[in-house]
Ligand binder design. Structure first.
Ligand code: M6R
Length: 595
């Protein structure tokens, strides 16, 4: 959700191509507008608009922009509609300061009124502009830049990061408060960004900022300061060794398809990692002795929590409460304490709804663990023990491989807690590979049959219920059709009335629940509906369903997980058939850092 990038070099030069490339590498976060500013000794060049990076870059000739410093920003609208004026970066009243932010300044409306009353020129509704005026206010009072940022920080409520610079100064300044910010140190330049993909092509040397830190960027060094009293902070430089190919498409048309195909390998990696991760023991000990355990997440990560709670009951005899993160605060936080355990699950580790719940839980003294993909994210820094999803970058907005690994982690923990050694999962990567191979073609045949429909249901029971919810979310997210995920037994309590000739209903069938699922299938087919079963080859499914997507034969405990793969592939093919870009669905963002 929004992304910022800033660079300081040692001389005036053509920075446009660097800014465009940095913006492209932040696109996975989701955006509706893009802008770039270059800063020279005596002038600022600012170009921005609503639209895709390449289109805005071409229209405004961003590649031709020159300067000694540059800032680019991708905006995902919160304050103010997507429009050119609300796009970022923003200028101050006189046009000699320029800055951009990522995040959410919650007192934006109040601040804008103050700025206008103080005679400043406020051009947009956007809260990024408020960050610039908040600094301008104190520069105009004669404060030096660091002091102005420190004072602005006190005025700007909410979670954000911003980068700002001005003419007649060869530096940029950035501050972090609640949103991610990483600094890169290169040869003859320094840069700062919301995330690593825009930094790694330029340099492997990075410094991760903490909340409440201000960075002054020179072309050959950076200075880190505390916002509280301005004192200098020493921080080691990290060397990133990960391959950049991880953030390329690797021969696939879309990141989503690549990430679906990476699942056998990422499953192998997480299982390998779990076998030796010392955190597993600590988490299991606490869960075993806890009064109550909660698995907490949003969207896809919540579906993994739901699956995890089924596995913990079935494999470990432990009842766990799965919770949608924002609901944890009103429904459970008042009743939990140090005897309880919460496992917070998030791909990005930056989802605000999850971090809010984590904050509320921590304040009660509850033991909080994390499961996250992005190492160094807020979730990994704020939990006592966390397990990495080990998926590498997931660029596509729809989560695929991270869901699979979230479920694998829960399966592994449940198996261990139930007395197993986790070895039962060793076949899983091979089965995932087989499922991708064998269901891929079946799904391509099925896609045109359901494509005419804009309403569908996806049903499951037991451990296939969360898989059905996840399949429905994928279908909604990238085909823009309405697909409701539901417990299969609930369908007859109301939605069955929607069934007409050909109406598609997906049934995710676990090997042990086939009889129950077959009843549901017949309730649909006898009314002319199209019941599409996803399950292991089974005579009952074959004779009763309209179509069956066959899954390979496997251990009944993890068979439900395999069913998510054809649902991911079907969503992908339907999205393409409808002319959409599955990697960047409209209105959505990969990392939701707002309430
Ligand atoms: O980064 P998180 O796992 O915390 O994100 C939570 C949801 O926003 C996310 O899972 C979302 O539902 C996915 N884009 C769905 O594919």
């Amino acid at each position: 959700m929004c992304g910022i990038f800033g660079i300081v070099t040692d001389k005036e030069q053509n920075l446009g191509p660097v800014l465009i490339e940095a913006a492209r590498r932040l696109m996975y976060r989701g955006y509706d507008s893009v802008g770039a500013a270059t800063i020279s000794a005596d002038r600022i060049d600012l170009r921005k608009d609503v639209g895709r990076v390449d289109d805005v870059a071409e229209k405004y000739k961003i590649a031709e922009m020159n300067g000694q410093r540059g800032i680019t920003q991708l905006r995902w609208a919160t304050f103010g509609e997507p429009s050119q004026v609300n796009s970022q970066p923003h200028l101050d009243s006189d046009g000699d300061l320029v800055g951009a932010h990522n995040g959410n300044v919650v007192n934006n409306v109040e601040l804008r009124e103050q700025f206008m009353a103080e005679g400043m020129t406020v051009r947009s509704q956007n809260d990024g502009e408020s960050c610039v005026h908040a600094v301008e206010r104190y520069i105009d009072q004669g404060k030096d830049f660091i002091e102005a940022i420190r004072l602005a920080y006190a005025d700007l409520k909410g979670d954000y990061a911003f980068v700002i610079g001005r003419i007649n100064d060869d530096r940029l300044y950035a501050i972090k408060k609640g949103s991610g910010l990483v600094v890169g140190i290169g040869d003859g330049f320094t840069c700062v960004s919301s995330d690593l993909p825009s930094i790694l092509p330029l340099t492997r040397k990075v410094i991760r900022l903490e909340d409440g830190e201000i960075i002054t960027m020179h072309s050959d060094r950076v200075e880190l300061r505390s916002v509280t009293d301005g004192h200098l902070i020493q921080r080691d430089v990290d060397l990133i060794t990960e391959e950049m190919s991880a953030v390329q498409k690797g021969g696939f048309d879309h990141f989503m398809l690549k990430e679906i195909h990476e699942q056998p390998q990422t499953a192998r990696e997480v299982l390998h990692r779990l076998g030796s991760d010392p955190g597993v023991k600590g988490i299991l000990e606490k869960i075993t002795n806890a009064r109550q355990v909660y698995f907490i997440g949003c969207g896809t990560s919540y579906h993994a929590c739901l699956a995890g709670s089924v596995f913990f009951a079935q494999l470990a005899g432990k009842a766990v409460i799965p919770v949608l993160a924002p609901q944890f605060i009103p429904q459970y936080a008042p009743a939990v304490g140090p005897e309880d355990v919460g496992v917070f699950v998030s791909q990005s580790g930056e989802t605000k709804d999850v971090l809010n719940a984590l904050q509320a839980a921590s304040e009660t003294g509850m033991t909080c663990f994390g499961i996250a993909n992005v190492i160094g994210s807020t979730l990994t820094r704020k939990t006592s023990i966390w397990l990495p999803l080990s998926c590498g970058y997931e660029i596509s907005v729809p989560a695929t491989k991270t869901f699979t690994n979230q479920v694998i982690i829960f399966l592994y923990l449940a198996d261990r807690m139930g007395g197993g050694d986790g070895k039962a999962l060793d076949d899983l990567p091979e089965l995932i590979e087989q499922t991708i191979r064998t269901t891929g073609r079946q799904v391509e045949v099925l896609a045109p049959l359901v494509n005419p429909w804009n309403d569908m249901y996806c049903l499951g029971y037991g451990a296939t219920y969360p898989i059905a919810l996840e399949g429905a979310l994928k279908l909604k997210e990238i085909t823009y059709a309405h697909c409701e995920g539901m417990l299969s037994t609930e369908f007859k309590h109301g939605p069955l009335s929607a069934v007409t000739a050909g109406f598609p209903v997906f049934f995710v069938a676990g090997p042990e629940d086939t009889a129950l699922i077959v009843s549901g299938i017949n309730e649909v087919t006898c009314r002319g509906g199209r019941a599409i079963a996803i399950g292991e080859a089974d005579k009952q499914l074959k004779v009763n369903a309209s179509e069956v997507i066959d899954l390979p034969h496997s251990n009944p405990v993890f068979a439900p997980l395999l069913a998510v793969i054809p649902l991911q592939l079907l969503s992908y093919h339907l999205s393409i058939a409808r002319g959409y870009d599955p990697d960047y669905p409209r209105n959505l963002s990969k990392t939701l850092t707002v309430d």
